[in-house]
Ligand binder design. Structure first.
Ligand SMILES: Nc1nc2c(c(=O)[nH]1)N[C@H]1C(S)=C(S)[C@@H](COP(=O)(O)OP(=O)(O)OC[C@H]3O[C@@H](n4cnc5c(=O)[nH]c(N)nc54)[C@H](O)[C@@H]3O)O[C@H]1N2
Ligand SMILES: Nc1nc2c(c(=O)[nH]1)N[C@H]1C(S)=C(S)[C@@H](COP(=O)(O)OP(=O)(O)OC[C@H]3O[C@@H](n4cnc5c(=O)[nH]c(N)nc54)[C@H](O)[C@@H]3O)O[C@H]1N2
Ligand code: SF4
Ligand SMILES: [Mo]
Length: 720
């Protein structure tokens, strides 16, 4: 048996250290790396299943082209040339915006794809840029942009030192943390409680995380902004605000007090589903804790008031003095300072630089929200999307009204996907370009390291040889940039060629070395320095601990004034919409309607790991959770199947009756629906489940950010 090798898991933000055993170029075992200073040997079921994807017979290992219903191998040169030709043709006939880009979640976990994809996006110069961000974290990016001057300045919860952790709309015991890299959250929450701290979870489902907390409060989906507004209002009203030194560089504290005053606990209680006494107690406890932090995520973002809920999360932390406080809501000091580099390059983010063609949604930074993706493809007129490149995305299963997305994909003139699978989305492409995967390339968790609850750095080298017909993601992007550049003219053509030449010369490792050495912990190219460099990371395959989070404000603020804008206009302007929810009948839904929310599962990773037999074995996990009262009212008994219907469509799933649901709320996992994968995914299509996004509604979105309202979709449920 060969010696174990070490790697970092790229499947989620936790960046667990892996100890990998390889025999004859095949992984035979994966364990948690006990010597990893951050993850300490933690591993989840997906980490173990990484080997299944790695060696999956269904993985695509050479470029393929669809001819009718058949797929045939094609050479890389032909595939890249055809792609560049078709992009150039569509853009010259129909304008730049007629070719769109959709970037999926795994791209965020690949530093090579992220860094080398950017020049391609810039060369494409289309306004039709989409990504999974707008079904995920867009309100978070926006809040950081408005308050701190840079979308990448995302505070994280200092789990190691807090005395009071309030979690809204996140289930980190299953998700392993989101916009918060923290392997083994279970141990970390237990540690907070063991040192006398408290953990409170606010969620319409009594989740795995709620079970590990001191207290759980059910909340009506979509009302976190009301809850947070009333907590802040209580804190002001009862003279408990204590922003401390934050007050010297924060604008708008008094204004916030004024605009939130109407949102008293007593007024919001009915809409939120939490009694006024509990709201006031929660506000008092939070304000009284020596070091408290309010952490909100997914569930608080993808809802009717996602931007307000995320803004008010930060506002609560600020008025209580917990931003930039040890044990509070802190900025990281990562090995690669993404926010710093972005600020330096003038890439802080932007709001409303352009609007979408059909419904006038505002762009944030370089993207439009996916709520308009389908309509931009299927609404006739000049500027309609006619061509599409997807990178590591599965919009048919991941985006609201996936069936509409699917129909729209089928109507495109040309589509190309850079992906490891022929799945529900990529099967609509003309070409699929297969990248190397997992242990076949180096990893540096560029985004996750900037969101870690402790400053850490971890680089892992490729362990396995790439299959012969694959190319690294960054090489695919460079190949496309090079070819598309040749089809442009003048300066653009020259700049593309020069950029590609430089990128090839440096390579991913060269770029990373620069970023690390010039970063906050870097050696600044001084020989003999103890600082970080790529060589030092390579010499430490278990990863390096760079210490606890540090105080960073006000120097870290990225706007010109270096002040926090606590009351950004786009947020404040949305408050009347929130207040309208307090009108007498606004919260009432007819007795028949239930609100649908999603859940994640330990054995599932968004839409694309169900082809691992190890993960899908056992009982059907794609079930509708429903409260006993709601089941009884619909004559539904254990084991029954139910039809779940919304404006958009209907799906059928087995039910599970459980009091872990808030009455009036039902819950399905997302990422299923593999019956439409065709013959591309043998294991997954034998465990198809249904896609929740066949009933989520692209017309329901958060007005400020355009983020889709995946949480709290009105549905009816009846026996199938
Ligand atoms: N095992 C596993 N891990 C994953 C993933 C996976 O698919 N599987 N996906 C990864 C990805 S891409 C991400 S973005 C992260 C997400 O990780 P998290 O941000 O932790 O998100 P979820 O686990 O979806 O938990 C969201 C919670 O919000 C609750 N919720 C729904 N609506 C509301 C609401 O209106 N208010 C409140 N307060 N709560 C609400 C839901 O019941 C749910 O418990 O997880 C990552 N990790
Ligand atoms: N209803 C509902 N919908 C949701 C969510 C929810 O909670 N509820 N969660 C949302 C969230 S948070 C997210 S992030 C999105 C995810 O949405 P997407 O990013 O669109 O979908 P994924 O399921 O992550 O699909 C990833 C794709 O990348 C491919 N892939 C995997 N690894 C690689 C790689 O290394 N390189 C390349 N090139 N391809 C790779 C896979 O085969 C798959 O096709 O879904 C969102 N949709
Ligand atoms: S928690 Fe995330 S990083 Fe850790 S093993 Fe699981 S998928 Fe990988
Ligand atoms: Mo996500």
């Amino acid at each position: 048996m060969s010696d174990p090798r070490y790697a970092v898991c790229h499947l989620c933000e936790a960046m667990c250290g892996l100890q990998v055993t390889v025999e004859h170029d095949r992984v035979t075992a994966i364990r948690g790396d006990e010597n990893d200073p951050f993850s300490g040997g933690h591993l989840c079921p997906k980490g173990v299943a990484l080997q299944d994807v790695q060696h999956d017979p269904d993985r695509i290992r050479e470029p393929i082209r669809r001819v009718g219903d058949n797929w045939r191998p094609v050479s890389w040169d032909d595939a890249l040339d055809e792609t560049a030709d078709r992009i150039a043709e569509i853009q010259s006939l129909h304008g730049r915006d007629a070719f769109a880009l959709y970037i999926g979640n795994p791209t965020a976990h690949s530093s090579n794809a992220l860094l080398f994809g950017l020049p391609f996006r810039d060369l494409l110069a289309s306004h039709n840029n989409y990504s999974s961000n707008s079904v995920d974290a867009l309100p978070r990016l926006m809040t950081s942009f408005f308050l701190y001057g840079n979308q990448a300045l995302i505070p994280v919860a200092d789990l190691e030192r807090t005395d009071f952790l309030l979690i809204l709309g996140a289930n980190p015991l299953v998700s392993n943390g989101s916009a918060m890299a923290a392997p083994d959250v279970k141990r970390r929450l237990a540690a907070i409680r063991a040192r006398g701290g408290r953990v409170v979870v606010v969620d319409p489902r009594r989740t795995e995380t709620a079970d590990a907390a001191d207290r759980h409060l059910f909340i009506r989906p979509g009302t976190d902004a009301l809850l947070l507004a009333s907590m802040i209002a209580t804190i002001f009203e009862e003279d408990r605000a204590a922003p401390g030194r934050l007050a010297t560089f924060t604008d708008g504290l008094d204004r916030l007090r004024g605009i939130l005053a109407p949102f008293t606990a007593e007024r919001v209680a009915a809409a939120v589903g939490i009694d006024a006494g509990s709201i006031r107690t929660l506000a008092r406890d939070f304000a009284a804790a020596r070091r408290a932090v309010c952490y909100s995520r997914m569930g608080a973002c993808v809802q009717e008031f996602g931007a307000l809920a995320t803004w008010l999360t930060d506002a609560l932390n600020i008025v209580t003095g917990n931003l930039d406080r040890e044990g509070g809501w802190m900025f990281t000091t990562p090995a690669v300072d993404l926010a710093g580099v972005a600020t330096l390059l003038g890439q802080r983010g932007s709001h409303d630089r352009w609007r979408s063609r059909v419904s006038g949604q505002k762009a944030f930074t370089s993207e439009l929200p996916v709520a308009v993706f389908a309509e931009e493809m299927d609404t006739p007129g000049s500027g309609r999307i006619r061509g599409l490149l997807t990178h590591a995305g599965n919009p048919v299963l991941s985006l609201p009204n996936g069936a509409r997305v699917e129909r729209a994909l089928a109507g495109l003139d040309f589509m190309v996907s850079i992906d490891i699978y022929r799945n529900e989305t990529t099967r609509h492409a003309r070409l699929i370009l297969p990248p190397t995967w997992g242990l076949e390339h180096d990893h540096f968790p560029l985004l996750a390291q900037a969101l870690a609850v402790r400053n850490v750095a971890h680089f892992s080298q490729a362990i396995l040889p790439p299959p012969r017909g694959t190319r690294h993601d960054h090489e695919i992007f460079l190949g496309l940039t090079e070819r598309l550049g040749r089809r442009r003219s003048g300066l653009t053509r020259l700049a593309a060629a020069a950029g590609v030449a430089l990128a090839r010369r440096l390579g991913p490792r060269g770029v990373l070395d620069w970023l690390v050495r010039l970063g906050p912990h870097g050696d600044r190219f001084r020989s003999g320095s103890a600082g970080l460099s790529l060589a030092k990371l390579l010499a430490n395959p278990h990863g390096l601990d760079l210490g606890p989070l540090e105080l960073r404000l006000p120097a870290r603020l990225a706007n010109r004034a270096r002040r926090i804008d606590l009351v950004p206009a786009p947020m404040v302007e949305d408050l009347p919409r929130l207040a309208a929810k307090l009108e007498p009948d606004a919260a009432a839904v007819d007795a028949d309607t239930l609100l649908l929310v999603s859940r994640r599962q330990l054995h599932s990773n968004n839409s694309w790991m169900h082809n691992s037999a190890r993960l899908v074995k056992g009982r059907d996990r794609c079930t509708l959770l429903i409260h006993p009262r709601d089941a009884a009212g619909r004559n539904l008994g254990a084991g029954d199947r139910a039809t779940i219907r919304s404006r958009v469509g209907a799906i059928e799933a087995p039910i599970e009756i459980s009091d872990e649901m808030m009455p009036g709320v039902v819950c399905l996992p997302h990422g299923y629906g593999h019956d439409r994968a065709g013959d591309g995914l043998a294991v997954a299509s034998a465990h198809p489940g249904v896609s929740i996004n066949d009933v989520t509604d692209e017309r329901l979105f958060d007005v400020v950010s355009g983020t889709t309202q995946l949480s709290g979709v009105p549905v009816t449920v009846a026996r199938a």
